[in-house]
Design a protein around this ligand. Structure first.
Ligand code: SF4
Length: 678
């Protein structure tokens, strides 16, 4: 999609104006990235840019994106994984750019945010009183019912205050159960032409605003839904920018995952009972009971073979849901909104149950090597209250989908601080469905089940980081420690951790591979040191991170969300400790199935899946250390396999280029010096 030349200033000039407006200084990496994005827009080739923290990468893609939108009267989509980045773009970067670029671009560039329909409050559902009935368990729990009632009352009050109806603007938030009472999926929506509140509908207003905007900010889930659905969810656009692209595959996989639970079957049956013959609804309810009995008796984990009783139960659920759908009769286009709403809600829930049962059964129809979906029964997560079991189906790979529906249709720029693993973009590129060799136009294969098609052309660019990692940080690999065991943290790990924390005078972020290990370390270290230790789960993560950043002696221990979500510049964070290499658990159904699929094609499953997963998390986690050019400190990896195992080289090559040592005394002395200097 080559662009025409116009009188608009070039990207470099616009970037200078933008940087001046936000009060920053231009950085070489930022300029290189902006020029590369502009080139991708001109040539239509896709681009992957690794840009370290502090590069100013959002301006580096927003400026050429807005220029392109104004020049070509086109729409650009920017997708993020996290709400934090979405907020930064919408509340900070874009309003400043709007002002800074108005004059040079000749008009004010416009932007809007767009999320999935479930994110917006549905006025019709709220008004029609069509909230879900509580399930049997909740009926016997008066506290749960009254808590839900209070939340729904709060939502009713909020309606008169909110202009957007956007769930993310509700502070404090409400439970998922409460939000479901006042929101609908796109399947459940009556459609703007039939809905009596269509003109005031928050979701429709959001879509209309997005349709007029030069630039739309959305999330990876909606981007995935846009690619998965047969119909268009996002307005027509020709350029997609995927920020936090290291998370794209996981988010798309989640959006494409289906789940069947006894609660969903019962809810669909209850809805059906209001519209169709009660006998049909009872038949579905019974089918759900049968499914539950069989599921409860099964062990958690991946299923390579569909057990006959479960196949029978799924077929009964599928047929009973189909009978209810047939029993709804043809859509009469009734003018009675309540009847139309009730029918639509019943139909969409029945469709969901029916389609999921069909998908679960079909997953086993082909032989092992050609399966598209991985199926597993969920188990207890080990933390939080026990949840009833569910049967899930997730795609083995999303590379084919991304290649056809994302790269095949739009010029795409992918960016993140972590896109090269083991020193190259190839691993990430393959997971997105791009050929491993940069710029090569070739046939590529994703999962065994994906069609081989002409591969899109792309370029990779690493614009580096403004940080001097080798001078600012030490990577300490504790080679002398034993490999981690199955029974919690060994005593020698706790000794090492205590000594490092004492040397650093606190200032420690402990990144653990499990909540169990984080709690064990918290309990043990609280007995051994006077340093205040906060543990994830003891309060909201945001509050814990704030306390941690406000007091240099305080340490914070936690697991997965801290690996990616902590941004604490300054002397409160000078030591990041990782207890073990974060490989996926051996019983992780999706990772183990993906690993097996790679091996079936003759590849190295461990390196392609488990080591890649660990490398990405390690790069993200260890990247917590340096958040500003003044920051100094140590990343300590206690798991000795990073230094001794064969895959250790691949993992180390995925980390920022810190100065590396295995000498504990050198590291403790450095930490003591840093502590004394602050
Ligand atoms: S158009 Fe759909 S989402 Fe909007 S109020 Fe009506 S039913 Fe709800």
């Amino acid at each position: 999609m080559p662009s025409t030349s116009t009188d608009l200033p070039g990207v470099a000039e616009l970037l200078t104006a933008a940087v001046a407006a936000v009060g920053g200084t231009e950085r070489p990496g930022q300029v290189a990235m902006a020029e590369a994005v502009a080139k991708a827009v001109r040539t239509g080739d896709h681009l992957a840019v690794q840009a370290g923290t502090g590069t100013g990468k959002s301006l580096a893609y927003l400026v050429p994106a807005l220029r392109h939108a104004v020049e070509r009267e086109a729409t650009v989509v920017v997708s993020t994984a996290t709400i934090a980045l979405q907020r930064q773009l919408i509340d900070r970067d874009l309003p400043r750019l709007e002002k800074a670029l108005e004059k040079p671009l000749g008009r004010k560039p416009t932007f809007a945010i767009l999320k999935g329909r479930r994110n917006y409050l549905c006025l019709n559902k709220l008004d029609s009183g069509m909230q879900d009935e509580p399930d049997d368990a909740a009926l016997f729990d008066p506290f749960a019912v009254s808590a839900l009632g209070r939340e729904v009352t709060r939502l009713r009050e909020w309606v008169s205050d909110t202009e957007t109806g956007d769930r993310d603007e509700l502070v404090p938030g409400v439970s998922e159960h409460a939000w479901r009472q006042v929101s609908v999926s796109s399947r459940e929506c009556l459609g703007v032409s039939r809905c009596p509140i269509g003109t005031d509908c928050f979701a429709e207003k959001g879509r209309a605003k997005a349709g007029r905007a030069d630039l739309i900010v959305t999330n990876h889930a909606l981007l995935a839904i846009d690619a998965l659905q047969g119909f268009q969810v996002l307005p027509e656009h020709d350029l997609v920018i995927v920020d936090e692209a290291h998370d794209l595959v996981d988010r798309v996989t989640s959006a494409a995952t289906a789940e069947l639970t006894s609660a969903a079957i019962a809810a669909a049956a209850r809805r059906a009972g209001r519209i169709c013959d009660q006998e049909l609804a009872d038949r579905l309810l019974e089918a759900g009971d049968g499914f539950t009995l069989i599921l409860e008796d099964m062990p958690a984990g991946r299923m390579d073979v569909l057990p006959t009783p479960l196949a029978g139960a799924l077929s009964v659920v599928r047929d009973a849901a189909y009978a209810c759908l047939s029993g709804l009769g043809p859509d009469q286009r009734t003018s009675d909104v309540e009847v139309a709403t009730a029918r639509k809600l019943a139909q969409s829930q029945l469709d969901e149950v029916h389609d999921t049962a069909v998908r679960l059964l079909r997953a086993f129809e082909t032989d092992d090597a050609h399966r598209r979906d991985v199926v597993w029964r969920t188990g207890d997560s080990g933390s939080g209250p026990p949840r009833p079991p569910a049967l899930k189906a997730a795609p083995l790979a999303v590379s084919g989908l991304l290649r056809e529906r994302l790269f095949g249709q739009h010029t795409t720029v992918l960016t993140s601080a972590t896109l090269t693993l083991g020193g190259t973009f190839d691993t990430m590129a393959r997971s997105w469905g791009l050929p491993a060799e940069q710029g090569e136009s070739a046939k590529v294969e994703g999962a065994a089940t994906d069609k081989a098609i002409e591969a899109p052309k792309w370029t990779g660019l690493d614009v580096g980081s403004p940080f001097d990692h080798a001078r600012s940080g030490i990577l300490y690999t504790a080679k002398h420690l034993p490999p981690p065991g199955r029974d919690g943290l060994p005593p020698s790990y706790l000794d090492e951790l205590a000594e490092l924390m004492e040397a650093a005078g606190g200032r420690t972020l402990g990144l653990f591979s499990s909540m169990r290990a984080a709690k064990q370390a918290t309990e043990a270290l609280r007995k051994r040191t006077d340093l205040p230790i906060l543990c994830q789960g003891e309060d909201s993560t945001a509050l814990l991170v704030r306390k941690f950043s406000e007091d240099t002696a305080t340490c914070l221990f936690g697991t997965l969300s801290l690996w990616q979500g902590v941004d604490v510049p300054g002397p409160s964070l000078q030591l990041v400790v990782v207890d073990r290499i974060p490989f996926p658990r051996p019983d992780d159904p999706l990772a183990s199935a993906r690993q097996r699929a790679v091996e079936a094609r003759g590849g190295n499953g461990f390196l392609s899946v488990a080591a890649t997963h660990a490398a990405l998390l390690l790069a993200q986690g260890t990247g917590r250390l340096l958040r500003s050019t003044e920051d100094r400190g140590v990343v300590a990896i206690l798991d000795p396999r990073i230094a001794t195992a064969r895959y250790g080289g691949f993992l180390r090559a995925s980390l920022p280029g810190y100065w590396a040592t295995s000498d504990a005394e050198v590291v403790r002395a450095a930490l003591r010096r840093l502590d004394a200097a602050n």
